[in-house]
Write a protein that binds this ligand. Structure first.
Ligand code: LLP
Length: 411
């Protein structure tokens, strides 16, 4: 199937206005297929929680991870079911607020516990509840320190040397221990991902418990830069399969192997399309200003993340002429509203073709943590999301209106 092309993006931008998100189903299907060796692919929906994306995942046999009450409700709307240890939805967190606790108890959503308090609070209202233990193995990694979820600087998971309390609570409340889980960070390199396997085998052996499943977590990187490294999924599976076999030999029965990616499944499917509305020079810097801001795509401002950018003319053709160092910025009243910057905020002008007013900018690989991290800062409504399947483009979220925002304040 042909990937979404420039003329198609421009046609969508004209129909739904800019800025807007465009996702390509073909890419998502291909990424799912690459992980099919795992028994369970559990989509970390925080990466993209649009219910139509979730439905697409469900139709492809992918299960789902929810991290908030809202994400549980989204999964239900998408047709996922709950109840029992093999439920479609797992709730992963480090704490349970009151409303979420009541809902997971009511629906019997398995809880992946990141603190002893979660086990205790759950046990008190729902004895026998299915649980996973999220273990912090003592090390972590990520594309940014902000996405490293292991080691002693991380608030996530139960510290690997402090599991006795968790196991005692599991016994006290007769909780049903489904499996052990480790997620050491997001945008993790190969070596760090592989290290988790050894730690998992050691934890299963040390636990003295019988479990039915292990989860490799997510964290798989994608090549944001042209020519960047791509995870060899077959090799990654073989590492985990070996760990699983060791666990099975130890326990004496089959064990389910789960993986929990977000970014890997959706990042490359999504593009943010914006329109150039102004240009200016300030000293040595050449600025191109577009109508998308960090409220729409937060990653560059938050982590200094790199997103490939193309410049399209009015017909959707890639522009190539007049390449010069360019700072791409948005409309927000904040100096950090810049898409070409490093972590810490240093501007990194990028060699880009000359972009004129009314040209379109396409920010690539934004399908993960793009729309899902967007906000209403500067009272900017959330933007449309469009799902492309071959020649067909379907609006899967319409643009929010200012009136909807104001309605929350009873004006
Ligand atoms: N499982 C757990 C428990 C997680 O906390 C996460 C991500 C995932 C799975 C999925 O990780 P992935 O496969 O997508 O790397 N906003 C950041 C990423 C934060 C990830 C938080 N947790 C970004 O834009 O890079």
């Amino acid at each position: 199937m042909k990937p979404v092309n420039g003329p198609q993006l421009v046609a969508i931008a004209r129909q739904y206005g800019t800025p807007c998100w465009v996702y390509d189903t073909a890419v998502i299907r291909e990424r799912i297929a690459q992980l099919k060796q795992f028994d369970v692919i559990r989509f970390a929906q925080k990466a993209n929680s649009n219910t139509h994306i979730l439905r697409l995942m469900r139709e492809q046999g992918v299960k789902v991870d929810s991290v908030s009450l809202g994400e549980i409700e989204r999964a239900l709307v998408a047709g996922y079911t709950t109840g029992g240890a093999h439920a479609d939805i797992v709730f992963t967190a480090d704490l349970l607020d009151h409303a979420t606790l009541a809902r997971v108890a009511e629906l019997k959503v398995p809880v992946n516990a990141g603190s002893p308090q979660m086990l205790q609070q759950l046990g008190e209202v729902s004895p026998g509840h299915p649980v996973w233990l999220r273990i912090n193995p003592g090390f972590g990694h990520g594309h940014s320190q902000k996405t490293n979820t292991g080691g002693e600087s991380s608030k996530h998971g139960i510290w690997h040397e402090q599991l006795a309390e968790a196991y005692a609570l599991i016994d006290q409340y007769k909780l049903d221990l489904v499996g052990l889980h480790m997620h050491i960070g997001s945008g993790v390199d190969y070596t760090h991902l592989a290290n988790v396997c050894d730690s998992m085998v050691a934890q299963v052996k040390a636990s003295g418990r019988d479990i039915r499943a292990i989860s490799a977590g997510g964290g798989l990187s994608i090549p944001y830069r042209v020519g960047g490294e791509r995870i060899d999924t077959a090799h990654y599976f073989s590492l985990w399969d070996k760990a699983r076999k060791e666990v099975e030999a130890h326990l004496g029965h089959p064990v389910t192997l789960e993986i929990e990616p977000g970014r890997f499944l959706v990042a490359e499917s999504g593009k943010l399309v914006a329109e150039v509305r102004a240009r200016k020079d300030a000293g040595n810097n050449h600025f191109v200003l577009c109508d998308a801001g960090f409220n729409d795509l937060m990653r560059p401002a938050m982590y200094g993340s790199y997103h490939e950018v193309s410049v399209l003319d009015a017909a959707g053709a890639d522009k190539t002429a007049g390449v010069r160092p360019t700072v791409i910025a948005g409309p927000l009243c904040e100096s950090g509203d810049v898409f070409t910057q490093e972590e810490g905020g240093t501007l990194t002008p990028r060699d880009l073709p000359a972009a004129d007013v009314s040209d379109f900018l396409v920010f690539h690989d934004g399908g993960a943590y793009g729309a899902s991290m967007s906000s209403n800062y500067n009272t900017r409504p959330l933007i449309p999301e469009v799902l492309v399947d071959g020649e067909q483009a379907r609006l899967i979220r319409r643009r929010q209106t200012v009136a909807e925002l104001l309605a929350l304040e009873n004006v």
